[in-house]
Design a protein around this ligand. Structure first.
Ligand SMILES: Nc1ncnc2c1ncn2[C@@H]1O[C@H](COP(=O)(O)OP(=O)(O)OP(=O)(O)O)[C@@H](O)[C@H]1O
Ligand SMILES: [Mg+2]
Length: 173
């Protein structure tokens, strides 16, 4: 299998505080890669570094193209979706508006419409609450929405930070 993502000597820092000190790893096309580590080890920072959300060094390649140094927006346009830790939804927007935001860069409108229905089949709870403000959803419902919003991008690479947070085992499955 070829590598979809390749990180070489990845570094990251917050101000003067260096958190990642030259990390090498890859994600195979069609594969699942899991990052394990203690609290504070740098897992969240690693995902942020791939998305260009923190000051980085080293090289990040997506599908053979360098994306390090690009803006987060450009990286999203290359098909990288990020579900941040701790219920990353737009709390003032409705469920449906959150999903629409996830599909913001897509031009295949008919397929986007079909994908709303696909998401609502995965998570019927979201369908019932499609006009409800995200901030008023329960914690688990917000997590369903955060994952769903990322899926609406039809990403090539999906970065999930603690995706099972607050979810019932059946929903995690
Ligand atoms: N915005 C920030 N400013 C300064 N330091 C930060 C910032 N965010 C994270 N750090 C520090 O970077 C280190 C790595 O944090 P990170 O959130 O990547 O860890 P993690 O592996 O995701 O931990 P957890 O399992 O608790 O989620 C920690 O020492 C943390 O204090
Ligand atoms: Mg974390």
């Amino acid at each position: 299998m070829t590598r979809l993502l390749d990180c070489r000597q990845l570094q990251a820092q917050y101000g003067a505080v260096k958190v990642l000190h030259g990390l090498d790893f890859g994600v195979k096309e069609g594969g699942i890669t899991t990052i394990l580590g203690a609290n504070g080890a740098g897992k969240t920072t690693t995902l942020r570094a791939v998305c260009g959300m923190v000051k980085t060094g080293g090289e990040v390649e997506l599908g053979g193209m360098r994306i390090d140094g690009r803006s987060t927006e450009q990286i999203v346009r290359q098909g990288v979706a990020h579900v941040p830790d701790g219920r990353g939804t737009f709390v003032n927007l409705t469920v449906e508006e959150n999903l629409r935001m996830g599909a913001y860069t897509r031009r295949d409108k008919a397929q986007v419409e079909a994908d709303y229905e696909r998401i609502y089949r995965y998570f019927p709870r979201l369908a019932e609450r499609r006009r409800q403000q995200a901030g008023t959803l329960s914690g688990g419902e917000q997590q369903m929405l955060a994952v769903s919003r990322a899926l609406m991008l039809r990403p090539r690479l999906l970065l999930l930070d603690e995706p099972s947070f607050g979810l019932a085992p059946r929903i995690v499955q």
